[in-house]
Design a protein around this ligand. Structure first.
Ligand code: NAD
Ligand code: ZN
Length: 346
């Protein structure tokens, strides 16, 4: 079959022919219907050899959806023909975190070398993929796979980040979203759907700001130090109740820290390497700073429910598997509007 692989440190991903995967006990073989292109893939492919932990060659794709093609011995919860989305942050299934569905924080994943598809295990950018357990599948229940595949990360990650701040986001509050790309443009919609907050979007690109307004941000402005005063003004001097940084570079983390008002939340989702010094007097009183990773199994079910209710719609650009390298080029150049989705079996 064809797969999109990262094959050499520092190279660009390429479409190659690889052996068809065979399903083992407890596993599920999917014919992939859709695979999302995430900025984290860019991050992974930018790592020097001494920091790269995902194995080579790596079949990319940690956002996946498919049709069950075959099931291994012992699989009883899904059957050939079922349309499913893949829960990506695989865990052991037995530890305290996994027992709560929080496999994104599995206590045994590192020791047991459990890695997500596309981030260690072969991912969804291929004609077929293996899912290690039926536990990691959620029925699409009528949702279109191409339209919704990115909810498995670009939806689930902001949903998890936002859900933890909900007690602070009642009516009359303000939430800031920094970076309105794949994750950010879904985050804006989630905030509008499940919180009472007024949403202020920040980006460095005017086209992304217009997308932010289209998907529900009440205010959108360029991401620069002037935005701190603008947010103070919009909030009557109080500062933001929550700031979600979907970029995470030093300039955006600085902005996030400066914008948060007393008792606010700063949530750094982007993995740009920025750091926020926390200490008395450095940020407003009682600000909480968090760095969440992906989301839980139950949260994926909830985010798909939001899509089914029409509250969240991913803005997509579609590409065939052969065109996938081009999608990554466009992501690299910051030119994707919303999310790029690869359709391997188009
Ligand atoms: P994306 O490329 O689709 O979007 C990034 C957006 O940020 C773009 O709109 C870009 O114009 C904007 N941007 C860039 N520099 C900026 C700046 N200085 N100020 C404001 N906006 C700026 O990326 P994505 O796929 O949405 O991923 C966003 C980030 O989240 C990445 O760092 C990614 O690796 C990370 N991520 C983290 C998790 C997690 O679990 N923590 C999960 C998925 C992705
Ligand atoms: Zn991702």
């Amino acid at each position: 079959m064809k797969a999109l692989q990262y094959r050499e440190i520092g190279s660009r991903p390429e479409v190659v022919e690889v052996p068809d995967p065979e399903v083992g006990p407890g596993q599920v073989l999917l014919k992939v219907t859709a695979a999302g292109v995430c900025h984290s893939d860019e991050f992974v492919m930018s790592l020097p050899a001494d920091q790269y932990i995902y194995g080579l060659p790596l079949t990319l794709g940690h956002e996946g959806a498919g049709i069950v093609e075959a099931v291994g011995d012992g699989v009883t919860g899904v059957k050939p023909g079922d349309a499913v989305a893949v829960y990506g942050p695989w865990g052991c299934g037995r530890c305290l975190m996994c027992a709560q569905g929080k496999e994104n924080y599995c206590l045994n994943a590192v020791a047991e070398h459990i890695q997500p598809p596309g981030l260690g295990a072969p991912g969804s950018m291929a004609e077929y993929m293996i899912v290690d357990s039926e536990r990691h599948l959620v029925p699409l229940d009528g949702l279109d796979p191409v339209q919704n595949v990115s909810l498995t990360d670009a939806g689930l990650t902001p949903y998890h980040a936002i859900k933890n701040s909900l007690p602070k986001l009642g009516a009359g509050t303000t939430a800031v979203v920094i970076g309105t790309g794949g994750l950010g443009h879904v985050g804006i919609q989630i905030l509008r759907a499940i919180s009472g907050a007024t949403v202020v979007a920040l980006d460095v690109n005017e086209e992304k700001l217009s997308l932010a307004r289209e998907v529900g941000a009440q205010h959108a402005m360029l991401s620069n130090p002037d935005a701190v005063d603008a947010v103070r003004e919009l909030t009557g001097g109080r500062g933001a109740n929550a700031v979600f940084d979907f970029v995470g570079v030093q300039p955006t983390v600085d902005l996030a820290g400066a914008m948060a008002g007393s008792e606010g939340d700063v949530t750094i989702v982007g993995i740009g390497g920025g750091a926020l010094p926390v200490g008395f007097g450095r940020i407003a009183y009682d600000v909480a700073v968090r760095t969440p990773y992906w989301g839980s199994r139950s949260e994926l079910i909830e985010v798909l429910d939001l899509a089914r209710a029409g509250s969240v719609k991913v803005e997509i650009e579609t590409y065939s598997l052969d065109e996938a390298p081009k999608a990554y080029e466009r992501l690299h150049e910051g030119r994707i509007r919303g999310r790029a989705v690869i359709v391997p079996n188009a």
